[in-house]
Design a protein around this ligand. Structure first.
Ligand code: DLL
Length: 432
C-alpha cells in the first residue's frame, strides 16, 4: 500500500518545483536564524538570493559530522527553544553525540515519513507492530512508534532486551510486523530455537530492519529463519531518525522521501556531485525540518541512486542498500575492504552461522585481518582436520572476493557476543 501517493508517486516536474520552493524557504530561514549557517554561506560567498532552484543546491557548503560535534548541543537550532518538544541523540560511542531537536511539526513529519515506511510492508490498522528498536534517545523506537500510531496500527512498545519476554509476547499477542535491527532478529530466531519455539507458528508477516549494515545473504537467513518478508529501512539521527528511505515489496532499492529529504551522491574525496548509478557518499538536505535543519549533510554512507520507475508505482528515487561507510572501510595492506563484502562471502557457505567478527591488528608494520566465524552445531562436532580444511576453504573464498589474505578462525557456536541493538562486527586493535 502507498501511504501518500500524492508525494510518493508524484511526477518529477512537480516534485522538482516543490523541492525548489522548499529549499529556497529553508536557505532563507537558516541564513536569518542560524549564525553557523550564515557564517558558512558568507565564507563561500553565497547568499539566499543565489538559491532559486533545487539545482543551485551545489552552491551551498557541506555540513560534516565534525561540524555536528562543534555545534553541540543546540547551535543548529533555527527556532525558539520553547518550540522544541523532543530531543534525540546519535548512538555513537566516541566524542559528543549528534543532537536532533524536533518541533511539533517535525514530529508530525517524522510520523508521516515512518507511516510511509511501515506502509511499504503493507502495515495497516489491522496490524500489531512488535517494536523491538530501543526506546529512548535512540531514534529507532519512537520513530516506528509515531509511524504506527499515525497509521492506527497497534504498537507493542517492547523496546530492546529481555529476549525470553520478547518471544512470549510475540507469540501471545500474535504480532504481524516486527521492527528491530537485523542482527537482533537473528538472535530472536536463535533464542526461539533453544526454547523449542517455531517462527512458522507465529503470526509475523513482515519485518522492517535497519540501523546497521546487513547484506542480501543476511536477508535470506532472516527470511528463512523467521518466516517473514524482510525489508530494509534507513535513516540517521542527523536527518530525522528512521524514515529517510525504505524498501517496498520488490526489495530492489530504498525509496527516499524526496519531498522531505533531498539526496545527492558525491565523490567522498572531491565533493563533486555524481550521476545515477555512480557509487559515492550520500549527502542529504532536510527540506522541511524546523528544529535543527540540515543543509547538505555528508552522511559517510556509500550508495548510488536509481531514478528508474519502480514496479510498485512510486516515483520516489531509490538508493541501493548501503554498500558501506566511508569510515568503516577497512584498509588492509592498502586494499579497501568493506565488512559487508566479507558478510556476503561468509553467508554463502553452508555450516556457517550469520555471526562473525573482524579483528584487525598490526604486527611488524603489517595489517592482519582475522575473521572469526561461528560454526553451527553440526560442523562443530566434526573432526579437527575437517575444520582446518574448512577454514582454508573460507579463506580462499575471501581471497577470491577481496584479493587479500585473511586468517579465518572457526569459533564455537554462540561464542560471538549477541547484541540487542547494533551489532559490533569490527574490532580494530590498531587504535588501542
Ligand atoms: O540508526 C536510525 C534508524 C533506526 C534507522 C532504526 C533504521 C532503523 P543512527 O543511530 O544515527 O540512526 O545511525 C545512523 O546507521 O548513517 C548508517 O551508517 C547506519 N544505518 C542506518 N540504517 C541502515 C541500513 C539510526 N538500513 C547510521 N543499512 C547511518 C545499513 C544503516 N546501515
Amino acid at each position: 500500500m502507498i501511504w501518500n501517493p500524492h508525494y510518493e508517486s508524484m511526477e518529477r516536474e512537480k516534485l522538482i518545483k516543490i523541492q525548489s520552493e522548499r529549499l529556497c524557504e529553508l536557505v532563507d530561514r537558516v541564513y536569518r536564524k542560524v549564525p553557523f549557517y550564515r557564517k558558512r554561506m558568507d565564507e563561500k560567498g553565497v547568499k539566499p538570493r543565489d538559491i532559486d532552484h533545487i539545482s543551485n543546491i551545489t552552491k551551498l557548503p557541506f555540513l560534516t559530522k565534525d561540524d555536528m560535534r562543534d555545534v553541540y548541543p543546540f547551535k543548529l537550532l533555527a527556532v525558539d527553544p520553547i518550540d522544541i518538544v523532543e530531543v534525540h541523540t546519535s548512538s555513537g560511542t566516541t566524542g559528543k553525540p549528534v543532537v536532533d531537536a524536533y518541533t511539533r511539526q517535525d514530529i508530525a513529519i517524522w510520523s508521516e515519513a515512518m507511516a510511509r515506511t511501515l506502509a511499504m510492508g503493507d502495515t495497516s490498522r489491522t496490524d500489531s507492530v512488535h517494536n523491538a528498536y530501543g526506546y529512548g534517545l535512540f531514534t529507532g523506537g519512537l520513530g516506528v512508534h509515531y509511524g504506527a500510531r499515525l497509521i492506527g496500527a497497534n504498537v507493542i512498545p517492547i523496546s530492546g532486551g529481555n529476549t525470553a519476554r520478547q518471544l512470549a509476547i510475540l507469540q501471545d499477542f500474535k504480532s504481524t510486523v516486527l521492527t528491530c535491527t537485523p542482527s537482533y532478529s537473528l538472535y530472536l530466531a536463535e533464542a526461539a530455537g533453544e526454547q523449542g519455539l517455531d517462527f512458522k507458528k507465529m503470526s509475523l508477516r513482515v519485518g522492517l530492519f535497519g540501523a546497521e549494515p546487513w547484506s542480501e545473504g543476511m536477508r535470506r537467513e532472516i527470511e528463512s529463519k523467521l518466516h517473514l518478508k524482510a525489508l530494509d529501512i534507513y535513516g540517521l539521527t542527523e536527518i530525522i531518525g528512521p524514515g529517510v528511505s525504505s524498501e517496498c515489496e520488490y526489495q530492489d532499492g530504498l525509496h527516499i522521501c524526496e519531498d522531505l529529504f533531498y539526496p545527492e551522491i558525491v565523490n567522498p574525496q572531491t565533493g563533486e556531485v555524481l550521476s545515477d548509478g555512480e557509487k559515492g557518499e550520500l549527502v542529504i538536505t532536510t527540506l522541511t525540518k524546523q528544529g535543527t535543519p540540515v543543509l547538505r549533510y555528508r552522511t559517510r554512507d556509500i550508495t548510488y541512486l536509481n531514478h528508474e520507475p519502480c514496479r510498485c508505482g512510486r516515483t520516489a528515487v531509490r538508493m541501493h542498500r548501503l554498500l558501506g561507510r566511508t569510515d568503516d572501510m577497512l584498509i588492509i595492506r592498502g586494499v579497501n575492504v568493506f565488512p559487508s563484502q566479507i558478510e556476503e562471502v561468509l553467508l554463502r557457505i553452508e555450516g556457517i552461522e550469520p555471526h562473525y567478527q573482524l579483528v584487525i591488528d598490526r604486527r611488524e608494520q603489517l595489517d592482519n585481518l582475522e575473521v572469526l566465524v561461528e560454526m553451527n552445531e553440526k560442523l562443530f562436532s566434526d573432526e579437527i582436520k575437517n575444520l582446518e580444511r574448512f577454514e582454508q576453504e573460507i579463506s580462499e573464498g575471501l581471497f577470491a572476493a577481496l584479493g587479500i589474505h585473511t586468517r579465518v578462525k572457526l569459533v564455537e557456536p554462540k561464542s560471538i557476543p549477541r547484541s540487542e541493538g547494533k551489532a559490533k562486527r569490527v574490532v580494530d586493535k590498531r587504535q588501542l
